[in-house]
Design a binder for this molecule. Sequence first.
Ligand code: 13P
Ligand code: SF4
Length: 317
Amino acid sequence: IEPDADWRDEVLRLARERDAVILAHNYQLPEIQDIAHHTGDSLALSRIAAASDASTIVFCGVHFMAETAKILAPHKTVLIPDERAGCSLADSITGDELRAWKAEHPGAVVVSYVNTTAEVKAETDICCTSSNAVDVVASIPADREVLFLPDQFLGAHVKRETGRENLHIWAGECHVHAGINGPELARRAADNPDADLFIHPECGCATSALYLAGEGTVPAEKVKILSTGDMITAARATSATSVLVATEIGMLHQLRRAAPEIDFRAVNDRASCRYMKMITPTALLRGLREGKDEVHVDPGTAERARGAVQRMIEIGQ
Ligand code: 13P
Ligand code: SF4
């Protein structure tokens, strides 16, 4: 299917017919981002899903995001255009593994990144996203041990920012962000000495970016560790004329829309998430026509996960 004017009209007509709101993550294909009613990062989309009065949510993103919407809005119909859109980071810890880890640290507060399955969220005290992870951990009394999972790079970022020693970090990673590495970033920064660096905290190169700033290779104020939503805010605020972006390449579309005068370049232009890209124009149209794929979360699991997800959307408002 070509994402042309007929496709657009039909998608929007079907959405109206189903009383559906279409949400798209910043890593979606440009044509999906452009047709969505709302585009944003995982925290913003969760908040919109919780607040929306549409009876159906069509989530153009990956499965854990659609599951999170269902946990927050159990009475709504939640559709994902292709349920095979998984996440390598969410797959890096299971409910059993988390239960065993908790048993080793009785009394610890469990903070899970939103990139987890509903079963893992059900074992969690507070969820977070990359835009409020530091605030979430800072809200926990300093004398309580914290188990932070599953992303080791985001965990390292939170540990640096909070200075917290009693934070234990699970060794998971996202294959897309882990692949954006330090030597690559150093090379690109040396070739573009005037560029700002926008780095997602899931990246393998986040520590290297701070190292480059520490040794003076890049001025410290040019290095920004940001969630995808915060990158858009930073793009509107910066005086730089070029920006190197370390995250999934779908992000470039919203950045270029937000600040067309800035030259945005990917640190690694092969950093594409194949799961995010499963949501094609064809899949979205089919999903709206057929009411597929419907996302179900076991009601008991959803009930146990809801408090942790609700705390997530409340912190850092
Ligand atoms: P944010 O939308 O929170 O920046 O997360 C990025 C991500 O990897 C989601 O899959
Ligand atoms: Fe998961 Fe990484 Fe893809 Fe985000 S980019 S959905 S963390 S695999």
